[in-house]
Design a protein around this ligand. Structure first.
Ligand code: UDP
Length: 328
């Protein structure tokens, strides 16, 4: 039986990856410090004898007993609001955390896949974004803590690959959505759906002409699985190329949810990328992968998930309390 370590296991993507690898017959070790993750996302796995959970912060030395065949490094805050609240933790998990996990991979002779991001392209000047584009990132802006940590993560991963001959994989993940996203992490899909369910107006930032391309989580997990099992060490974009403006997207959510509320405009956050669409030629050619789930279908499932929330959960401003993690 192959053993895989998944960091960020209690998070949105991490928990779906745990499910997938358990289903594939792996022994899964989930690791999370639970700053942004939630045990609710993996509690259904606690009875499974092939699943173990370690409550650990990967920015400190990571120890796992016995053999490890694969590592997926998915621990990181992943929303602009989180970067503002926990900027130093965001930097540390992408840099120090990645260093620890690469060290562990070397020690165990394991293959490691790291979760990089479309944010390495910053506010892109090339459209759609292909893997050869170097990006346009503001190092000192509010998103810089995430973007630069992820850029460093790619560099150190390639260095371990080239210098130590480690088997590494780099996924550049574009906007992904689905059940288990945090309702109040500020990302646009839970934000709009939450507003619709609470009977609030939908807040479009700026004039809504900025674009995104949303990938359903099952497609994302399939792409990541194939990348891990491939022999390709350079970065690969994993995302859905179907692009839409945020204003049109708000209209779609109004239709989907049947809300009577209207759209209101709020200021555009600093360095908010104006357009984003993955060029997935590489993923298609190397992994034989492309997304299958339409936005309509994926959003229906996601809406159903959030509709299951109690009134109390819907109106709680943010169930996560970061304060105990912030050193003054
Ligand atoms: N956005 C918005 N209203 C919201 C939340 C987000 O208009 O209530 C916009 C945001 O400005 C951005 C897009 O939606 O242009 C996607 O934001 P998200 O935080 O989900 O992801 P990212 O900017 O990292 O792609």
């Amino acid at each position: 039986m192959k053993k895989i370590l998944i960091t960020g296991a209690a998070g949105f993507l991490g928990s779906h990856l745990c499910d997938r690898f358990i289903a594939e017959g792996f022994k899964v070790i989930g690791m999370d410090n639970l700053i942004t993750g939630d045990l609710k996302n993996i509690e259904h796995l606690f009875q499974n004898k092939n699943f173990h959970f370690y409550h650990h912060d990967v920015t400190t030395f990571v120890h796992v007993p016995g053999d490890v065949d694969y590592i997926l490094h998915f621990a990181s805050p992943a929303s602009p609001i989180d970067y503002l609240k926990i900027p130093i933790q965001t930097l540390k998990v992408g840099s120090l955390g990645t260093h620890n996990l690469l060290g562990l991979a070397k020690e165990k002779n394991a293959r490691i896949l790291i979760a990089s991001t479309s944010e390495v392209y910053g506010d892109p000047l090339v459209h759609p974004q292909n893997e050869e584009y170097y990006g346009n990132v503001n190092t000192i802006g509010p998103r810089g803590v995430y973007d630069e940590a992820k850029r460093f993560q790619e560099s150190i991963t390639m260095a371990y690959h080239r210098f130590h001959g480690l088997e590494t994989r780099i996924a550049r993940i574009f906007n992904t959505y689905g059940p288990r996203m945090r309702l109040n992490d500020g990302r646009v899909i839970p934000a709009f759906i939450g507003q619709a369910l609470r009977g609030e107006d939908l807040t479009v930032f700026g004039d809504g002409s900025q674009t995104r391309s949303f990938c359903y989580v099952d497609d994302q997990v399939e792409g990541l699985y194939r990348l891990l099992m491939s022999d390709y060490a350079l970065p690969v974009n994993i995302g859905n190329p179907h692009e839409i403006s945020i204003l049109d997207f708000a209209e779609e959510i109004i239709k989907l949810t049947g809300t009577q509320q209207k759209i209101i405009n709020k200021p555009l956050p600093k360095d908010d990328p104006m357009q984003r669409q993955p060029d997935i030629t590489k993923a298609q050619e190397i992994l034989g992968w492309q997304p299958k789930v339409s936005r309509e279908e994926g959003l229906k499932t996601t809406f159903k998930y959030f509709k299951g929330f109690s009134k109390e959960e819907l109106f709680k401003s943010e169930h996560k309390n970061f304060s105990k993690h912030i050193r003054k």
